[in-house]
Design a binder for this molecule. Structure first.
Ligand SMILES: [Zn+2]
Length: 321
């Protein structure tokens, strides 16, 4: 319903002066401002801008398992076990934020992340291949030993034909108070852990959700970067809407707070190919239809065409999205 409603609103546009996204498009390459949110945990090289150089000075790029295991039919069906979850967050809210995190990945690569329902099974990250239950469980547990420093932990198992068989994710119950009892933080953590479920390891590119040396902030990890997209595309291929989605990723991390909440996943109208997001805190709609970048300003019923996707993509990619 929301999609149809919004799409009809978008179809009602006229063209006029641009607002938020138009201002961004006008920045051009000389204003490749890094996210306002990613400055807290810069690595030793001190670079805020994406340069293609990894943390260790290597050619920066994503890392996937050497065997490149992938999910059959590019589909991960996952189940949620609410046992041990934060009281402050309801079950439905947690499922919704995990689904949203999955949609972020689906925006940049051809993978589907499907909620299969609830389960009593524990997420088991310690299984051997012989003991996996082949139920992909996301849930809560106390991470102990050398894993106690992690807020979440993912593991996966794949068969000799490189077909994924099982993947579980544990959110650390010791990190609930003041950290994972916050929906925004948990959503960002889920985005990172889902990357592992898909078969992506940690990246050497600091400007990526999958970077871990050190980890980026939750605000940073709310939005996928170009390196994350490239990793996933390597495994699952790219949807036609990937470039539009990457532009929207760039926009939401570059607006200085105009597009909130961060981490909003794209929706796509299959009939028209319109890719769009609705930012509920600011009530802004932004989208891409063909080569047109569109904004529905707050308080307006007229969609504004504010730029051309092709013209802005060099800025988007150059900024690490
Ligand atoms: Zn990780």
């Amino acid at each position: 319903m929301i999609a149809r409603f919004t799409f009809s609103r978008l179809l009602s546009w006229g063209t006029a002066a641009a607002l938020v996204l138009g201002a961004l498009v006008a920045w051009g390459p000389s204003h490749q401002a890094p996210s306002a949110n990613d400055g807290q945990r810069l690595g030793p090289m001190g670079m805020a801008d994406y340069t293609g150089q990894g943390e260790h000075g290597w050619l920066g790029r994503f890392i996937v398992d050497s065997r490149r295991p992938t999910w059959p039919a590019s589909t991960v069906t996952w189940f949620y076990n609410p046992e041990g979850q934060p009281d402050a967050l309801g079950t439905q809210a947690i499922v919704a934020l995990i689904e949203n995190a999955g949609r972020k990945w689906s925006g940049v690569c051809n993978v589907r992340f499907v909620f299969g329902g609830f389960t009593n099974r524990r997420p088991d990250i310690n299984s051997s291949f012989g003991t996996i239950d082949r139920v992909n469980v996301i849930g809560w547990d106390l991470l102990t030993g050398n894993r106690s420093r992690f807020s979440g932990f993912a593991n996966y198992w794949y068969a000799g034909n490189n077909a994924m068989q099982d993947s579980d994710v544990v959110f650390n119950t010791a990190r609930i108070d003041g950290e994972l009892d916050n929906a925004f933080n948990l959503a960002a953590l889920a985005t990172h852990e889902i990357g592992h479920m898909l078969g992506i390891a940690h990246s050497d590119v600091q400007q990526s959700v999958m970077f871990a040396d050190p980890y980026n902030t939750y605000a940073f990890q709310s939005t996928l970067r170009g390196d994350d997209a490239a990793a996933c595309v390597t495994l699952y291929g790219a949807p036609a809407s990937a470039t539009a989605d990457r532009l929207l990723n760039w926009a939401e991390q570059s607006t200085g707070g105009a597009l909130l909440p961060l981490g909003t996943a794209s929706q796509r109208d299959p009939a028209s190919g319109l890719v769009w997001r609705h930012y509920t805190q600011s009530n802004l709609f932004v989208g891409v239809l063909g080569d047109d970048i569109l904004v529905l300003p707050v308080g307006s019923t007229a969609v504004q065409r504010v730029g051309q996707l092709g013209a802005v993509l060099p800025v988007v990619f150059g900024a690490g999205f």
